[in-house]
Design a protein around this ligand. Sequence first.
Ligand code: ACO
Length: 428
Amino acid sequence: MADKSATLTYDNKTIELPVLEGSVGPEVIDIRKLYGQTGAFTYDPGYKSTGSCESALTYIDGDEGILLHRGYPIGQLAEQSNFMEVSYLLLNGELPSKTELDDFSYTISRHTMLHEQLSTFYRGFRRDAHPMAIMCGVVGALSAFYHDSTDISDPEQRKIASHRLIAKMPTIAAMAYKYSVGQPFLYPDNSLSYTGNFLRMTFGVPAEQYEVVPAVEKAMDRIFILHADHEQNASTSTVRLAGSSGANPFACIAAGIACLWGPAHGSANEAALNMLREIGTPDKIPHYIERAKDKNDPFRLMGFGHRVYKNYDPRATVMQKTVREVFDALKVNDPLFETALRLEEMALSDDYFKEKKLFPNVDFYSGVILSAIGFPTTMFTALFALARTVGWVAQWNEMISDPGQVIGRPRQLYTGPTARDYVPVEKR
Ligand code: ACO
């Protein structure tokens, strides 16, 4: 029994509910025995007050704008680390030694190729298919190709599946892009970094030597770090729920990709850039701010607001800085960045956004950078999925390794008809 408890009085009965304490952050009231003791469920659609699991991976304090991976602040990781190191950290709990990092990077590079037959799989899609549609299909199909890493009760197979997913995602995403533009697929080049290899597979062509621009490689790598994990968000919870039934990891990550695709989640980066393009010039901003505030207008400022952050999303801070670095390196000056800065400034000084604590989130600036690098908007969410795969996989592993893991099975507040007798069709 925990030291602290909460008392609940319900239906003339008083029960004590244990209060559990994490290493930091809000305490949780443990209601696991509530139904057995009272016959009542809790009700929390959207899980606004619900902790769904125990996790040691990522901590967010949304009021303070803090994001930590295994205790390390996202700003420090984005500035000083790299995506391979952050991936190791998320998977293993500690930063790697130099040898551990070299070994890990080497292992990942040895899994970057896709089964050759998968390239024929791509040809079954229409050329104008959304890359996320292709990602859902191809990642789900991996379970048909890698049977030797689908036994989730074997830690070694889980590790291999995790490495395969992290390693193959850039190849899968780059091939989705290549297919859409009708260019030949490029095989991975393991002499390049994880991120450099992805850029080459996406933008290189067989006829020419592709030169990775270091500033772009660094910016892309940082974008991957910023998207690597984010606690129990919708897609991560989807992966956990799918995995809780014992489904194989490839199927679970495909489920995560499906969830990420939604405009309220990972597709907001695509929607944010489309919105900036629609707004166009700063003089149109007031009109769109008014629309965002109008309850009768479905328009929202995309890339603004967050379920957890009621302060500036710390990832947006890094993202804004990265825009300037990429623009300098590529000598571009997209006027949409000025529009974005002005929109942020005007929204943050508006009472509606202040009162509702709506700040730019990670997606607000990422589209401007990705567009400058050369990605079409349809690829934005695919890049997010690529980067988030390590988080999904780490969360999935954490769940499967937990000896107390059970299938996730929420209940409901039923509002349909009560029991009634079937009426044959001729009597209706
Ligand atoms: N523009 C205008 N108003 C907004 C916005 C916005 N972007 N976001 C929230 N609001 C308003 C809502 O209308 C609501 O107003 P009300 O209290 O008068 O009804 C209030 O703020 C609270 O919003 P909810 O939607 O209830 O908050 P929730 O936590 O459920 O949603 C969400 C968070 C989905 C991110 C929301 O802010 C949103 O739709 N933002 C735009 C999409 C976006 O950028 N998503 C990316 C999230 S980050 C990520 O997934 C990586």
